[in-house]
Design a protein around this ligand. Structure first.
Ligand code: HEC
Length: 488
C-alpha cells in the first residue's frame, strides 16, 4: 500500500520532470530559432539598404549633373522621352553625335552590361512615368501614395514566382536639377516623383538560416536526449530504491506479524497447558497423600509418583520454553530492584537442600561480600541460582560436594561461583549443554532428567542482566560456573 503510493509519486514526479525538461529545451530551441531568423532578416535588410544606397549614389550623381552626355553608339541613342529638352543631342566639331543620358537610363544600362558584378538591382518607378515601363505596380503605387503623405520608407517580405524576397522602396523627390527633365510632367521642387525600389532574394539568407536551424536541432536534440537519459537513470534508481525499501518494509512487517503470532501462541499455549498440568500435579499429590482414601496397591502409589513427577517436569519444561522464546523475541522484561544477594543465595540453598540430602551431596556456601545489595530481578536471579545449584547437585554422584561462593570485586561487580566435583563435561558436552534443547550424558539424563533448556536459559538471563556466565569443566573432575554481575 505504502509502496504503491511512493511508486506513483515517483512516476508522476519523473513525468513532470520530463515534461518540464522538454518544455524548457523546446522553448530554448524556439527562442534560438526565432533569434536566428530575426537576425537573418535584419542582415537581409541591411544588405538591401547597402545596395539601395549604392544605386542612389550613382543616380544622384548623374541627376545632379543634369544627366551625362555620351556618344550615341550602340545602346546609347537619343532618348525619345527627352525630346523636349534643349541640347539633348550635341554634334562635336569632329562630327560625332553626343546625346544626354538620364540617371534612370544610365543605371539601367550599367545593370544590363554588368549584371553579375552589379548584384542586387533597383528600379525607379512612378505613378505617371515618362517611360511606361516604369509604371509602379500595386504595392509600389500604395507606397508612393504613402510617400506623398510623408512616409519615408516601405518594406516587406514577399514571395514572387515561388521565390522569397525582401523588397523596399524609398521616395524620389524632385529638386531643381530633376526638373530640367521632369518639369514637363508638371512637377515642382519637393514633389514626390515616384520611388526607387529594390528587391533582395532571400534564398542565400534562407540557406544560412537552414544551416543554423539544423545546428539548433542537433544541439538542442542532443541536450534534450542527454537530460532524458539522466532523468531515466535517476528514475530507475529511485524505483529500485523504493522496491528495496518496500521489500525490507514488508519483511519487517512479516517479522513483526510472525513474532506477534508467536507470542500470542506462546501465551495461549502456556495457559492451555498449565491449567491441565496443574490439575494433574495437584490431584496426583492429593491422591498420593491419600486424603480422600487409600490408594491401595503399592504399584498404584508408584504410578502416582510418576504422574506427579512427570507433571512437574513438564511444567518446568513449558516454563523454560516460554522464557527462552520470550528472550528470543526480546519480550522478556526484567523487574530490576534492590536485591540482597546473601538472602537470595540462602533461599536457594534452602530450596535445594532436600534434594541434595536425597542425593547425598553436601552443599556449602561462603561469602566475601563488602556489600550484599545488587540491582537485579530477584525472581530471575533466584531462577539462575536454583538452576545452577540443581544442575550441580544433579550431576554430582553421592558423596560429592557442591559449593557456592559469592564475592564483591574491586570495581563493584560481583562474582558468584558454583563448583561441584561431579561428572563434568568435555568440550563436546559443553557445546551441547549450552545449545538449546541439548542434553548432556543421555544415560545420566535418564537417571537425573532435565529439560536441557536450563543452561542456555540461565546464560540468557545472566546476560540480560548485563552479566557474564563462564563454564569451566573437565570430564570426571567436576564443573565450575562463574557468574559475573556488573556493578550496580
Ligand atoms: C537629364 C534628364 C533627367 C534628369 C536630370 C532627371 N531625370 Fe528622371 N527621368 C528622365 C527620363 C528620360 C526618364 C525615363 C527614363 C527611361 O526609363 O527611359 C526618367 C525617369 C525617372 C523616374 C521613373 C519614372 C518615369 O518617369 O519613367 C523617376 C521617379 C525619376 N526619373 C526621378 C528623377 C529625379 C527625382 C530626378 C532628380 C534627382 C531626376 N529624375 C532627374 C530624365 C531625367
Amino acid at each position: 500500500m505504502y509502496f504503491k503510493v511512493e511508486y506513483r509519486h515517483r512516476i508522476w514526479g519523473s513525468i513532470m520532470l520530463a515534461v518540464i525538461w522538454t518544455v524548457a529545451v523546446g522553448g530554448l530551441f524556439l527562442w534560438n530559432s526565432h533569434l536566428s531568423s530575426t537576425y537573418s532578416n535584419s542582415i537581409a535588410r541591411a544588405d538591401t539598404i547597402k545596395a539601395f544606397n549604392k544605386d542612389q549614389a550613382f543616380r544622384l550623381w548623374a541627376a545632379n549633373h543634369g544627366g551625362v552626355y555620351m556618344e550615341a553608339i550602340g545602346d546609347i541613342q537619343p532618348n525619345p522621352y527627352m525630346e523636349h529638352i534643349p541640347d539633348r543631342d550635341v554634334m562635336t566639331a569632329s562630327g560625332r553625335l553626343l546625346t544626354l543620358v538620364n540617371p534612370a537610363t544610365m543605371i539601367g544600362l550599367i545593370m544590363k552590361d554588368f549584371d553579375k558584378l552589379y548584384g542586387i538591382r533597383g528600379q525607379l518607378v512612378s505613378l505617371d512615368p515618362l517611360n511606361s515601363d516604369n509604371l509602379a505596380d500595386e504595392w509600389e503605387s500604395k507606397a508612393i501614395t504613402a510617400f506623398k503623405a510623408g512616409e519615408k520608407e516601405v518594406g516587406e517580405f514577399t514571395t514572387t514566382e515561388g521565390q522569397d524576397y525582401y523588397r523596399m522602396i524609398r521616395p524620389m523627390k524632385a529638386n531643381k536639377l530633376c526638373l530640367k527633365c521632369h518639369a514637363i510632367q508638371g512637377y515642382k521642387v519637393g514633389d514626390v516623383l515616384g520611388g526607387v525600389g529594390i528587391r533582395v532574394p532571400m534564398q542565400p539568407y534562407h540557406e544560412q538560416l537552414n544551416a543554423i536551424f539544423n545546428g539548433n536541432v542537433l544541439s538542442h536534440g542532443l541536450t534534450w536526449l542527454l537530460g532524458m537519459f539522466g532523468l531515466t537513470a535517476w528514475h530507475v534508481r529511485g524505483i529500485r530504491n523504493i522496491r528495496k525499501q518496500s521489500t525490507t518494509q514488508s519483511e519487517l512487517a512479516i517479522a513483526q506479524i510472525s513474532s506477534e503470532i508467536k507470542s500470542d501462541f506462546m501465551s495461549s499455549m502456556s495457559h492451555e497447558l498449565r491449567t491441565p498440568l496443574n490439575a494433574i500435579i495437584g490431584f496426583s499429590s492429593t491422591m498420593k497423600a491419600e486424603i480422600f482414601g487409600p490408594v491401595g496397591s503399592e504399584k498404584n502409589q508408584e504410578y502416582l509418583d510418576d504422574i506427579h513427577y512427570s507433571g512437574q517436569h513438564l511444567l518446568e519444561l513449558i516454563n523454560d520454553i516460554l522464557d527462552i522464546s520470550a528472550i528470543e523475541a526480546g519480550a522478556l522484561k526484567l523487574d530490576i530492584g534492590n536485591v540482597d544477594l546473601h538472602r537470595v543465595i540462602e533461599d536457594s540453598l534452602r530450596l535445594i537442600q532436600p534434594r541434595a540430602d536425597k542425593e547425598q551431596v553436601a552443599v556449602t556456601a561462603s561469602y566475601a561480600l563488602s556489600r550484599p545489595e545488587i540491582q537485579a530481578d530477584e525472581r530471575r536471579l533466584r531462577q539462575v541460582l536454583l538452576n545452577l545449584l540443581s544442575n550441580a547437585v544433579k550431576f554430582t554422584p553421592a558423596g560429592g560436594e557442591v559449593t557456592i561462593d559469592a564475592q564483591s570485586n574491586a570495581d563493584g561487580s560481583m562474582t558468584i561461583t558454583i563448583t561441584d566435583d561431579g561428572i563434568g563435561m568435555d568440550k563436546e558436552d559443553l557445546t551441547l549443554a549450552l545449545s538449546r534443547f541439548g542434553q548432556v550424558d543421555t544415560e545420566l539424563h535418564r537417571k537425573t532428567d532435565g529439560t536441557g533448556l536450563g543452561l542456555p536459559l540461565t546464560k540468557d538471563l545472566v546476560e540480560l542482566h548485563g552479566g557474564k556466565l563462564l563454564i569451566c569443566s573437565e570430564k570426571d573432575q567436576g564443573t565450575m560456573i562463574k557468574i559475573m554481575l556488573p556493578q550496580s
